[in-house]
Design a protein. Sequence first.
Length: 460
Amino acid sequence: MPSHAITRPTPGVMLSTAVALYLSYKVFRLIDAQRRRSAIEPSPTSPVLVDNFQFVQVNGKKLRVVHIPHALGSKVPLLVFIHGVGGQLEQFEKQIEYFSLSTHILAIDLCGYGGSDVPESFDHYTTDAYVEDIVILLQRYKSEDTVLICHSYGCAVGTHLYSRLESDSENTIKAMVMIGPKAAMTQHEVEGRVKLSKTPDWAIDFVRKFDRLGGAHSQSVNRLLHASAEDDLRRKQLKWNRASKTTVLRRLLMGARIPTPDEFRKIQCPLLLMVGEDDRVCPSVNVEQIYKWCRSANERTKSPFIIPKAGHQTMLEKWEHVTPIISSFLIKDCEMTTMDPAWQITKKCQEENKWSLKNTEKVGFIVDISKDEPPYRTSDFEATSITYTKLPTVSKIPPSKEDVERFIAHCNACWAQKPGVEIAVHCHYGIKDTRLLKLYVTLKALDHHAVSGMFIILQA
């Protein structure tokens, strides 16, 4: 049998191999870091985030937040958005965009995520540390009525935050929303956390990179999204997964604390629970268990909403269902009626009286000769004694003979129907010569009427 001698690598070859491996690792880290940096930037489709970023110094580190104040001040609540493990505030983009029109908004990138700092100390990544960070932010962005909208691990942070402020005389939390919460850690998850604490970062990085093979359709994305999720959302999720640092993940999981049943029962404000029907991270059994605990101590806990064809990122996958459910819960169940767009429009109309209609008691008809839509709602007259009619003309262009005759005929018909009432004429902005001409001709034609005080000229 021929023998083959095994040649031992020379020191030079060993050194070259080691250098090549080291350089490859550094290149991989640089590429990965660049991907993470690009991943924290908001999508071009979210200007509401871009225009409202703030960086706030909190407990020795800088946190990125989105704060959008509302013009109604203390009349409307503050909605606080808390994301979960591996997340960032951009995941609430749809809800932020919608509710910023009717409430105050505070969305937070937790320490280590999104655009917030990534300190080395493990002390910054415990559940209690996250709670204290939010307490500071609530003191900075004060509100008489606060609503917590939490996702995944953010639900644990929100529950501990409620418990932390429970005995505080300044506790302003009036409602909570939990999306995809975790009721308790399984034995497998507890054992996994122990193993994770003993595994070096480079090994976890390798496993995570392998988990992302397949890109937008990799296991790392499929784990969080429903099979029917669109590619655009899948690419976003892949981007967020890349942005999540292994060092942060390890530190957070080591310091994470899921609330106990008794801590869940401490929640005494109205509580809304929802979960994706196909959530593989926190299946629906979790919200069902939390509902039982909370309902036993709080009758204002609503029955859970199970959102069909949705995974763990329910508020993104089915935002068109999740957002109105939250809105209805806050307006109807929590009686936060001031955030109802209908209420706000009515209030605005009442306060902005520059163009409001006055002295309408004697008015029987409104004839609108302007071309544009009036600044008031014409439907408001449907339940009154006033009849609204549109006879449009063009500003700065003399009215035609037909226009004048049509106007005269309409006024005669109005007085025939209701003799003695006043007719309000809504004309173009300012009274131009053409309007005066039209009124002069009209008055001449109607000289058999007592026209004194008969016309009220409304400018718009």
